[in-house]
Design a protein around this ligand. Sequence first.
Ligand code: PRP
Length: 216
Amino acid sequence: MDENRYLTFALAKGRLANKTLELLEEVGITCEEMKDKSSRKLIFVNEELKLKFFLSKGPDVPTYVEYGAADIGVVGKDTLLEEGRRVYEVLDLGFGKCRMCVCGPSEARELLKHHEMIRVASKYPNIAKDYFYNKKHQTVDIIKLNGSVELGPIVGLSDVIVDIVETGSTLRENGLEVLEEVCPLSARMIVNQVSMQMQPERIKSLIKKLREQMQQ
Ligand code: PRP
């Protein structure tokens, strides 16, 4: 193994990245450069530990990792399921916990029960498709949206939505409710398949340290 090789991390911008950096710091991995929030830099280096970090949009994290532009990524399980990239999922980091659910007005319960042809709006069309076609064997019309998905049933675009529910307050404030649960979600660590073969000790020892830290 080339001792001078950098290990590169791709982190999903936002809350997950902050939580990940906190966890990495607890196991002695820091990146001072990254703490300067006013910086417009995209990539950060820890020369001493031979590590690089970059932030990207969540859905791009598995792409960077699959192609080997990053060795390791941290991203939500929702994104992993939606993107379906060939990467190793190695660790459930335990934070960013929420649920993927089918939501809508309470009247929509009947439509789900009777397997009617309904319209489903979602930022996650692949997850919605898999749930309705493969698990429920229900034919539905899936409409892709890019955010504020709760608007779907409110303005009459769709009967239900498939979306992330964390506290449930967005649903409550908009007169919607959880109708069915698709799956639980949380932040996951992923690894490039070739990196895992090339630097197994380095990556496995990192996973072990993180796992021990999480159990404390
Ligand atoms: C997510 C999700 C819900 C909301 C759920 O949206 O899509 O809208 O959070 O959280 P809650 O159950 O705690 O209310 P996000 O804020 O990521 O923005 P988006 O609507 O633009 O996707």
